[in-house]
Write a protein that binds this ligand. Sequence first.
Ligand SMILES: Nc1ncnc2c1ncn2[C@@H]1O[C@H](COP(=O)(O)OP(=O)(O)OP(=O)(O)O)[C@@H](O)[C@H]1O
Ligand SMILES: [Mg+2]
Length: 274
Amino acid sequence: MTLVTEPSSRLMETSPESEGASFSTHITIRELQKRFGNNTLYERFDLDLPRGEIISVFGPNGCGKSTLINMIAGIQPYEGGDIRFDGKTIAETRIGYVFQNYRDALFPWMRAVDNIAYPLKLAGIDARERKRRIDRLVDVFDVVFDLNRYPYELSGGQQQTVSIMRALVVDPEVLFLDEPFSALDYEMTLVMRDQLQKVLRATRTTTLLVSHDLDEAIYLADRLLLLTRRPTRVAAFLDVPITRPRDPSTTTDPEFVALKAQALGIFQAAVRSR
Ligand SMILES: Nc1ncnc2c1ncn2[C@@H]1O[C@H](COP(=O)(O)OP(=O)(O)OP(=O)(O)O)[C@@H](O)[C@H]1O
Ligand SMILES: [Mg+2]
């Protein structure tokens, strides 16, 4: 395990963006400024995010995890600063977004297959190509349920699978997932984690995943972004060099346990600090 940045070190104050990390930068965040009324959430926030990796975002309740990924995804505005994707703006970047609550995320009047095809239709992609792309996703996801069903006919896990397929069908440059499994039961969560791991390893999509479950955050991550309380800073940006594919037994590997203890220590220090 490699500690990329020390929590709340002097170094961090001047250069919070993963000092010493060797990665190809995909997303560059500079001087980001965000407040709600008098409540400052981000103040001159800088961060570089690597290409083709799964980045888990973990931090105290209400520290601004959702707001951060939403600002990066262009869903929420910010008062100052700049976010670039290989130098491009969000408008020039293809993204996919998976919402926390699958119940509200799918169009209930559309069959699953039409939900997935929807962003392709919007982009003017013809029926043949739409089918080709969806068939490919059905393969990687090993979909065994009937995509001709309506969302209400599917289980929570199946609906969330449809949401993730809809986000991936555009072949996004960046995928955003905000606590995607938090509305699912535990068994389904385990299945979905592995499915997501498999698909993202295959596509190598730059992925930002918010999770409030530290096990899950580490399990899925190539890197773990730990945030402080508000005003939010980077507490640490840790490399997660645990071998893949990971399976539920990984969570008891000494390497996993040690990294989790380290992350927990940083998290607790970040929660305590003012
Ligand atoms: N639209 C809004 N108006 C006012 N305050 C907001 C708004 N959205 C978020 N906030 C506040 O900003 C802070 C960060 O919210 P955000 O939802 O980004 O945090 P989070 O880390 O995702 O929290 P959680 O762990 O609960 O998911 C919170 O204090 C929240 O109350
Ligand atoms: Mg949130």
